[in-house]
Write a protein that binds this ligand. Structure first.
Ligand code: IVH
Length: 332
């Protein structure tokens, strides 16, 4: 016998139902315990499907419909909050047009921007339970990623223990510095392998490789800090209210490596012109950096501005990647 579908009356109820089902699927597939029993889960999924059939243009990207196990088994580990991508701009004109459209959307100029290097690596989420690093997950399709916890211990900048016993997720980029890339290729060729063509490919291959006869180090750069479902309410509220620049300062205090420790630290700026000045500075420093960057990420710094802007299906509306031209490959 099938139970009736849950009645979903408006888009807020729909968004809540999607969130509940994704969280329940995530909980079930991570530790086998779901806050919803099978019937309630099925009712909700069928309610979501019915609402989507009537509102096909409003289907949320992380909706569980049509996904095996609510998306929970796609790539192994569900993300608690989708890992989104970024929209791009390529010129000062496109950038100022973006700031203007963002101001229109939130009803006022963005209070403050955060401007940081766009690291050319792979996005990962690192989960800490009471300050201990427990799991490392790739971005995957943004909804669920691959468990690459076997790489823990090979990532410089991602401490095994935080300076405070917090339950949090640190998101960031894994890459190889120029020196790490050269070392990785020496080790790889010494083991009879073909050298990697570039640091990005080398990090991707290395991160996913299991049971290799050797390990080579990579570097982690944090660019996000968020609560997990098990984070206590007080810390969740605190993190949700912090500006991006404050979250990055906290990440650094916890012992996580960020661009703060490099020649291109994250800065804040009040106007589009100030942002563009920083874009030019970072672009000028790019060739000398010991790691690859492929642009500059500009984010609305304040949590309130980010919330007002919201996110689209692919990317947040409060952040943009200012892309730099692709550099010619140095042939070795
Ligand atoms: S923020 C919700 N900050 O760029 C905001 N991403 O092209 C999304 N990336 O998937 C991420 N450096 O892997 C952010 N400083 C930075 C970044 C950064 C590199 C990567 C990230 C993202 C991709 C989008």
């Amino acid at each position: 016998m099938t139970t009736p579908a849950a009645q979903i009356v408006d888009d807020a109820a729909y968004a809540q139902a999607v969130e509940d089902v994704v969280a329940a699927a995530a909980a079930y597939y991570t530790d086998g315990a779901s806050p919803l029993d099978d019937d309630a889960y099925d009712r909700l999924v069928r309610g979501i499907a019915a609402w989507e059939a009537a509102h096909p243009d409003q289907v949320l990207p992380h909706s569980p419909t049509g996904k095996v196990a609510g998306g929970a088994v796609e790539g192994d580990v569900p993300h608690t909050v989708p890992m989104l991508s970024l929209d791009n701009v390529f010129s000062p004109e496109q950038f100022t047009a973006w700031t203007a459209s963002l101001a229109r959307r939130i009803g006022h100029e963005v209070e403050r921007f955060s401007v940081e290097a766009k690291l050319d690596g792979l996005a990962v989420a690192a989960r800490y339970t009471e300050g201990r690093l427990t799991r490392l997950i790739t971005r995957g399709d943004g909804i669920a990623g691959e468990d690459v916890s076997h790489a823990l211990g090979t990532l410089e900048g991602l401490p095994e223990k935080l300076e405070q016993p917090l339950t949090v997720e640190v998101r960031g980029e894994v890459l190889m510095t120029t020196a790490q890339f050269e070392h990785a290729n020496e080790v790889r060729t010494a083991h009879g392998g073909q050298p990697f063509a570039n640091p990005r490919g080398a990090s991707a291959g290395t991160l996913r490789a299991k049971d290799r006869a050797y390990t080579v180090p990579m570097t982690f750069f944090g660019y996000g800090l968020l609560p997990l479902p098990d984070t206590d309410a007080e810390l969740t509220e605190r993190l949700d209210g912090l500006a991006h620049s404050e979250l990055m300062a906290l990440a650094a205090r916890l012992g996580v490596h960020t661009t703060g420790a490099t020649a291109v630290p994250t800065v804040t700026a009040s106007t589009a012109e100030e942002v563009l000045e920083r874009v030019r500075e970072i672009a000028g420093l790019r060739a000398e950096l010991p790691f690859g960057i492929d642009g500059i990420v500009v984010k609305a710094d304040l949590a309130a501005d980010q919330r007002a802007a919201g996110s689209g299906s692919r990317a947040p509306r409060w952040a943009i990647a200012y892309k730099l031209p692709v550099l010619p490959q140095i042939q070795s």
